[in-house]
Write a protein that binds this ligand. Structure first.
Ligand code: COA
Length: 411
């Protein structure tokens, strides 16, 4: 690792404790299960219970990512989401308090659909490289939500990821140079008055691919790196088959040739394992895919990973990273596998009940029923304020709300 290297010191993700099986969902919707499982490439989707939101999921991911990191050196917390809980206050501030981070921190929320986490990561890299910040905590969390029974429904999911960016990139250094592509399109959007996204799904796939090809060309022109200089590729995954479609186009754009399915599989398959079990997590999706790649395959030190972020609306960014020798030692593989393994399956009726849950909007005091969560939960609301609480002793007493932790109930 060069003395100047800046990149990912630590990465951890968090997923809610509930899931729906895609075959069961297909049966309930009168669809062929093979369409969801093979056509979309999704086996399960995580469901956030009423006492989880982007703050609790983001704080839980950050709690894991900060496990072996000197928290006193965190100078900024960047929070990327398109499921924000407030139009004004950054979710980063809640996470900052729940984790007891230094008050000298800068805290901000980023938005541009699923791509804002990557803008946050590249901004973090620049801040650390400039010497302004020592470490930046980048958190990305989302709840992917479409209309029940719509084509988008089987591509829902929920989860969060947290990355620490510093001059000790124990996992991956982030290389200089990227390619971006912005275009004003209406492929996916969510007006302020709606809880569910509006989406022109087929069009969004086309724009995703066009953005990938344009961003790649600019990345290649800026860095001189060729397709063959990359060992593996990681994609934003609204559903895992998207990576297959995208990669086939990238191969042709970058090399002028078609690649065999087997060769393409070597490039992308390890990165699809977790997302297939979790579903879409919007801003977190690309970095959960990175965890999947690094934890399901052993790659050589200095192996270059090509990364593509896509955010509808739209923004595409292609960039790359170099793996650090010994990176596997610093991954949270066991904890990630434990989370995935220990989830509770919901029936479709239970999932629909959670889907329809709404917090009161009149400011009255309301305690949210207790479900299985990670180290943080949304305890309730009062005077239009969200009240968060820790569920485990590590959380400092001043971060606890007055709400007792009750036994698990259903909503
Ligand atoms: N067995 C196996 N595969 C099957 C199948 C079956 N019985 N029935 C359908 N399929 C395949 C289709 O051939 C298609 O694969 P292909 O794209 O390689 O041809 C795939 O399953 C999806 O089928 P399709 O009819 O296109 O699905 P849809 O009209 O329900 O929409 C999305 C799919 C992705 C557009 C929809 O889920 C969506 O809008 N998602 C949200 C937006 C999104 O994720 N956008 C991506 C870019 S950000």
């Amino acid at each position: 690792m060069s003395a100047e290297a800046v990149g990912i010191e630590s990465v951890g993700f968090y997923v809610p404790r509930y899931f729906v099986d895609m075959r069961r969902l297909a049966a309930a919707r009168g669809a062929d299960p093979d369409k969801y499982v093979h056509g979309l490439g999704q086996h399960k989707m995580c469901v956030a219970p009423p006492d989880e939101d982007v703050v609790t999921m983001g704080a839980s991911a950050a709690h894991l990512a900060l496990r072996d990191v000197d928290e006193s050196e965190i100078d900024s917390v960047f929070f990327a989401t398109e499921s924000g809980v407030d139009q004004s206050k950054a979710a980063a501030i809640y996470v900052h308090r729940l984790l007891g981070l230094p008050s000298a921190c800068k805290t901000v929320e980023f938005k541009q659909a699923c791509a804002s986490s990557t803008v946050a990561l590249l901004a973090a890299r620049a801040l650390v490289a400039s010497g302004m910040d020592r470490k930046v905590l980048v958190v990305a969390a989302d709840v992917a939500r479409y209309e029940l029974g719509s084509p988008g429904e089987p591509t829902q999911g929920a989860g969060a990821v947290a990355l620490v960016v510093s001059r000790q990139p124990r996992i991956m250094s982030l290389e200089e140079g990227h390619g971006a592509h912005t275009e004003d399109v209406m492929d996916f959007w969510r007006p302020n008055y709606r809880r569910e996204a509006l989406v022109d799904g087929k069009y969004s796939i086309k724009v995703y691919i066009r953005s990938l090809c344009e961003a790649w060309k600019r990345y290649h022109a800026a860095t001189g790196r060729a397709f063959a200089d990359h060992q593996r590729f990681c994609y934003h995954l609204p559903f895992t088959r998207m990576a297959e479609k995208a990669h086939a186009h990238l191969v042709v754009t970058a090399t002028g040739k078609h690649a065999a399915r087997e060769e393409m599989g070597r490039h992308i398959d390890a990165g699809l394992v977790y997302n297939r079990e979790i579903g879409n997590t919007y801003t977190a999706s690309l970095y959960i895919a990175l965890c999947s790649l690094l934890e399901n395959e052993e790659l050589p030190a200095s192996g270059r990973i090509g990364m593509f972020a896509y955010g509808s609306g739209c923004l595409g960014i292609f960039f790359s990273g170099l793996l650090t020798a010994g990176y596997r030692e610093f991954l949270h593989r066991e904890e990630h596998l434990r989370q995935l393994r220990e989830r509770t399956e919901l029936s479709v009726a239970e999932y629909e009940r959670m889907y329809h849950f709404r917090l009161p909007e009149d400011g009255r005091r309301f305690e949210v029923p207790v479900h299985r969560t990670g180290p943080f939960r949304l305890a309730g609301v009062e005077n239009h304020q969200r009240i968060y609480e820790g569920t485990r002793p590590r959380v400092r007493p001043d971060t606890q709300s007055q709400h007792p932790v009750a036994a698990e109930t259903t909503c």
